[in-house]
Design a protein around this ligand. Structure first.
Ligand code: NAP
Length: 516
């Protein structure tokens, strides 16, 4: 019997006790900043001379941790360990694998304020965003554990008097998991544990901006009883270690989340069959977005404005699902722009995310700051600046929430993923035109429609071509088990993380048939 599960509640920070616990955890983590962390291969710790230095984006002088950096030699060692461990791990009982995930969820739940403090320091997430990421990570552990219990006996197929047939799933082999910095805890955890609970062994390469939280996750998995060599922690450069492992003939699959540029490169390289390789690699690639909120003439404009502001500026717009385009009916366009400007200026305080009152923290690093600021300059040419438009990288990488209006649907800031706190508005003559504009990017990740018109909602359900479409709410904040997540077109392979079929990405079906 699989025990039912809903989802992990968010922490209520209006409660004094919770606020004090979070403040204490931030102090505790501040005392631990700057430490050195090793690689973990087969349960052994390896320290290297070459280090990845993880910095606090809100205060770039502050070092979060110095993490040993894998090279090709260590990546090869990790591959050999993972390959050998697969022989035993793939034969373990699914119940035992799931139990490790349930225990890990319990450990993180007990330490959630501390984990959130690491996310606040390393990823610069405001309290609420970090806490939502912890809840999502816990949900992935609980949900994928239960999905494994559901899938362990395969699926029913027909038998007949002359033969007995079975269909079940077996693991694939060694998986390379490459995770992004923006959901430094949730996506790193979800992509890693889904692969391992399915019976595969894993080489985990976290993003170079956020390797410390991934080390903390490894410690939890070890405490929860994960045998040595099942997940191997090998932070390193994407271009060196990433390329090497993607091309390795013993890599059975790659689970990647990140940009379109890197995802398509991995897809291409993994397709080439190497000498000695005896399978076709699978690639799960969840990539970028250029996500639109459509606002109808018959709609609740206050709801529309709130949804846009939260979806565009939550975590400084650094979500693949963030709203970066708004298409509004011409009759409500000006009122909507005015209300979005007011709400942005009133509510979106920009400050160090270690403070409870902060709505928006900095962007992740100098490269992101420079890229976003250059898009803001492009935006000033392509439309009218409504609010924001300024940045300050003297202490950390702070960019004001920025709104442009009167932007052409084909302008660069309407087409290219900026991945920062920038949203562009365009107007449409009618709902059909609004949906055409919403579909005119190469991406297809999330979208939302604010409308009271039932026919329009049904039209969007059919024609708005995105993997996750929401009505009368914002386009971010998918919940595991409620909103299976993944995109169409150049947003990826639509693997639907947190959905009922997700684990089958990392398993293969086997049919056995016995003549009676
Ligand atoms: P990124 O630059 O593509 O990096 C993602 C990961 O790929 C990092 O671990 C990176 O390592 C690694 N990498 C870089 N070059 C590589 C290579 N040649 N071979 C193998 N791995 C390589 O993306 P990001 O800046 O971390 O994340 C932001 C992007 O992720 C945005 O486009 C966002 O939309 C997307 N995203 C999508 C989803 C989704 O579910 N669809 C969710 C979250 C984020 P290094 O850090 O060492 O370079």
């Amino acid at each position: 019997m699989v025990v039912p599960y809903t989802h992990e509640p968010f922490t209520d920070f209006t409660n004094d006790e919770n606020r004090k616990k979070q403040e204490a955890a931030i102090k505790q983590v501040e005392a631990e900043l700057g430490k050195e962390y090793p690689l973990i291969i087969g349960g052994e710790r390896y320290y290297t001379e070459d280090k990845i230095v993880s910095r606090n984006p809100a205060n770039k002088e502050k070092i979060v941790g110095k993490v040993s950096k894998s090279n090709q030699e260590l990546a090869e060692k990790a591959m050999q360990v993972a390959d050998k461990t697969f022989n035993t791990w793939s034969k373990t009982k699914p119940e035992m694998r799931a139990d490790i995930l349930f225990r890990a969820a319990a450990i993180i739940r007990r330490r959630k304020f501390e984990f959130n403090a690491w996310i606040i320091k390393e990823g610069a997430k405001p309290w609420k965003e970090g806490d939502a990421g912890i809840a999502e990570g816990i949900d992935f552990l609980e949900y994928y554990g239960r999905q494994m219990l559901r899938l362990k006996d395969g699926a029913p197929v027909n038998s007949r008097p002359i033969e007995n047939n079975r269909f079940h799933y077996i693991p694939l082999g060694v998986g390379v998991v490459i995770s992004p910095w923006n959901f430094l805890f949730a996506i790193m955890t979800g992509t890693t544990v889904s692969s391992m609970v399915a019976g595969n062994t894993v080489l985990l390469k976290p993003a170079s901006s956020t390797p410390v939280i991934a080390y903390k996750f490894m410690e939890v998995m070890e405490e929860a009883g994960m045998p040595a060599g099942v997940i191997n922690y090998i932070p390193g450069s994407g271009s060196e270690v990433g390329d090497y492992l993607v091309e390795h003939p013993r890599t059975r699959f790659v689970s990647f989340t990140g940009s379109r540029e890197v995802g398509t490169r991995i897809y291409e390289r993994a397709a080439k069959v190497q000498d000695g390789q005896t399978w076709l690699k699978r690639v799960v690639a969840e990539m970028g977005g250029k996500d639109t909120i459509v606002v109808d003439d018959d709609s609740d404009l206050e709801l529309a404005a709130e949804s846009i502001v939260n979806s565009a500026f939550g975590f400084s717009g650094q979500k693949c699902s963030a709203c970066s385009r708004v298409v509004a009916h011409e009759d409500v366009y000006e009122d909507l722009v005015t209300r979005v400007k007011e709400l942005t200026e009133q509510n979106c305080s920009l400050d160090n995310p270690a403070k409870h009152s902060t709505y928006m923290g900095p962007v992740i690093d100098q490269a992101a700051f420079d890229k976003i600021m250059s898009y803001i300059e492009v935006g000033k040419e392509e439309g009218e600046l409504v609010t924001g438009g300024e940045g300050d990288d003297s202490t950390g990488y702070f960019i004001k929430p920025t709104v442009f209006k009167d932007v052409s649907p084909t302008a660069r800031i309407m087409q290219e993923e900026i991945f920062g706190p920038v949203v562009a508005f365009t107007k449409a003559k009618n709902f059909d035109e609004a949906i055409d504009v919403a579909n005119n990017t190469e991406y297809g990740l999330t979208g939302a429609v604010i409308s009271n018109n039932r026919e329009h909602i049904e039209k969007a359900r059919e024609d708005f071509h995105v993997g996750n479409l929401y009505f009368n709410r914002g386009c971010t904040a998918a919940i595991v088990g409620y909103h299976p997540f993944g995109g169409f077109n150049m947003s990826g392979t639509d693997s639907k993380a947190g959905g009922p079929d997700y684990l089958t990405n990392f398993m293969q079906g086997k049919t056995t048939s016995e003549m009676l």
